[in-house]
Design a protein around this ligand. Structure first.
Ligand code: ASP
Length: 440
């Protein structure tokens, strides 16, 4: 059994948290490869080290003096080192960072130092080898991950190391310079390490005990999710539920490695298991509910649209020409509705409308904004009858008008569109019907 363990910023924000992390690692000898983030917030309103580094970069790029900012960053690490009672210094590293900032400030290099330095501290504390991610993670000339080279190089390197600390969030660009993933990218590093080392489990330690069935800011005390499939997770995260970086799924999914989301502050909790497939019966018909506000609809009408071949393609062509991706396209006999993101669409609205008129010659186009979409997701829906009925009754009982319905043939989710103002109320109504009064 081999596990890769990734710890998020709040799990490593200070010495006390670092000690918890070390206890977690040392309590299970199969936790062999460790991927740390940079120190995160110690308290609400605190600044993450990554943000402090980015600020230092911005100052340097404007030609400002960064000595004070670098000293503040160094103080964050010194506080950890001192709190852990270590005989360890990052003085040389900070001299090098200051020199790079002076000579040629590089954004990604700066952003990555949070993980790099934290990895060094953690490796020294645990007394295990440190592997610089720039030596084992590679990007291609387009800036995308070079999966082949990364997996091969990392596998070769880790084969010789029974244990190691590999900092998250960055790798080496095609030009030999440091390149980072997008924010939250240490999750991706953890996934790549799990893939290359052929781990049995990828544990992702954070400050919550896994996924919740709904947003706790909307639903009081929502139930936790024990098992979720990669596909269900994809549906929910697309709709705004976020605990894990989206790109973290692909490397492990292809190797059938489950991800276990765990809570550093409550290691006794089992957390959430993200798996390819499972025969674990979900506790409820629904696995989770998520949603987003701020969508627009374009209702396009044309007499005899049903008989016109290629109408849909022409409409979507106008969107493509304006680089807008569409979310849903429910259609009627002589109508087609296209749902798009308000902020993506707003500035290009008139160009799209004239494009559709030119390409598809409709009778009319009507635009409406203020639509919220809610995804009701669950692998259990396939085998349960009456789910849609129950869902719509819940909304009717709460006096909520449904503006759109879309159920894919996978029967994994039902998407409903409601007015922005009804969004929270709709989520609560659905949750209460399926969870609080569900006996399934
Ligand atoms: N430290 C980086 C960030 O704040 C990456 C990460 O934590 O995963 O986004």
């Amino acid at each position: 059994m081999k596990k890769v363990v990734k710890f998020g910023g709040s799990s490593l924000a200070n010495a006390e948290q670092m000690k918890k992390v070390a206890d977690i690692i040392l309590s299970d000898e199969t936790r062999v490869y460790v991927v740390p983030s940079a120190p995160g917030k110690r308290f609400p309103g605190d600044t993450k080290v990554t943000d402090m580094l980015l600020e230092a970069y911005a100052m340097a790029a404007e030609g400002k003096d960064t000595a004070e900012q670098l000293a503040a960053i160094k103080a964050r690490y010194d506080e950890i080192i001192l709190g852990l009672g270590m005989d360890f210094s990052l003085d040389e590293d900070f001299k090098e960072i200051a020199a790079v900032l002076k000579e040629e400030p590089q954004r990604d290099y700066m952003a990555s130092r949070g993980e790099y330095l934290n990895g060094k501290v953690l490796a020294a504390y645990l007394n295990v080898p440190f592997v610089d991610a720039a030596e084992v993670i590679f990007f291609n000339s387009e800036g995308a991950l070079n999966t082949y080279k990364t997996e091969k190089t990392m596998a070769q390197r880790l084969e010789k190391l029974p244990r190691a600390v590999i900092p998250g969030f960055y790798g080496c660009g095609k030009d030999g310079k440091i390149k980072t993933f997008s924010r939250g990218g240490s999750d991706v590093t953890g996934s790549l390490v799990a893939q290359a080392s052929r781990a049995d489990i990828y544990e992702n330690w954070t400050d919550v005990s896994g996924f919740l069935m709904a947003d706790p800011r909307i639903v009081d005390n929502p139930a936790g999710i024990k098992y979720i499939t990669y596909r269900e997770l994809r549906e929910l995260s697309y709709m705004g539920a976020s605990v894990l970086h989206e790109d973290a799924i692909f490397p492990v999914r292809h190797r059938g490695i489950p991800i276990n989301i765990r809570n550093t502050n409550r290691p006794q909790d089992e957390g959430t298991w993200i798996v390819e497939s499972t025969c674990q019966k979900p506790e409820y018909v629904l696995t989770g509910i998520a949603g987003k506000k701020g969508f627009c609809t374009m209702l396009i009408t044309k007499a005899m649209m049903n008989a016109e071949v290629g109408f849909g393609r022409k409409v979507l062509q106008a969107l493509e020409d304006n680089h807008i991706s569409f979310e849903h396209t429910p259609s009627g006999i002589d109508t087609m509705t296209v749902v798009v993101h308000e902020d993506e669409f707003m500035d290009k609205e008139q160009a799209v409308v004239s494009g559709i008129h030119r390409l598809a010659e409709p009778d009319a186009i009507e635009i409406e904004s203020g639509l919220a979409l809610i995804a009701v997701v669950g692998r259990g829906m396939r085998s349960a009858s009456g789910t849609a009925g129950k869902l719509f009754s819940a909304l009717a009982d709460a006096n909520i008008n449904i503006r759109m319905i879309d159920q894919g043939s996978s029967e994994l989710n039902i998407i409903i569109g409601v007015e922005d103002k009804d969004f929270e109320c709709a989520i609560r109504a659905i949750y209460n019907t399926f969870v609080n009064s569900d006996t399934a």
